[in-house]
Design a protein around this ligand. Structure first.
Ligand SMILES: [Zn+2]
Length: 131
């Protein structure tokens, strides 16, 4: 039996990270449909699962590989964005962020210093803000 499956799977694409995510989402949708009894989630779950099985069985390995690569790139950019946001949130406790009125450059100033004159590091424009 195992050999049969192995022979069946040779030359086919198989599972990847995008596939794992698709499977994960479809399981979540299945659970939602169980608890809410909304058919739409059940249909979506089946659709996603079907699509992932189609990807796993696919012989167009290069194409599936490209799909996964796109997905991995997107995931990476999302993680970078998320980390930036987290860092910004952490810093916003002790810093104020202002945008330079003439060149839109972000400027970081410490909080609680009263009215201060900020000089833009990029275009040297001066503007007054409360910190
Ligand atoms: Zn500026």
């Amino acid at each position: 039996m195992k050999q049969k499956i192995q022979r069946f799977m040779t030359g086919r694409y198989g599972a990847d990270q995008l596939g794992q995510l698709l499977m994960g989402i479809s399981v979540v949708f299945l659970f939602i449909s169980l608890f809410t009894r909304l058919d739409i989630f059940y249909i979506l779950a089946l659709g996603l699962m079907g699509y992932e099985y189609y990807r796993m069985m696919s012989r167009q390995i290069e194409r599936r590989y490209q799909e996964n690569q796109k997905f991995m790139n997107g995931r990476y950019h999302l993680a970078v964005k998320w980390n930036k946001k987290k860092e910004h949130l952490k810093q916003s406790k002790i810093y104020h962020f202002y945008k330079c009125p003439s060149c839109r450059q972000k400027v970081r100033v410490p909080k609680g210093k009263g009215k201060i004159c900020i000089t833009c590091p990029k275009c040297k424009t001066e503007f007054i803000k409360k910190s």
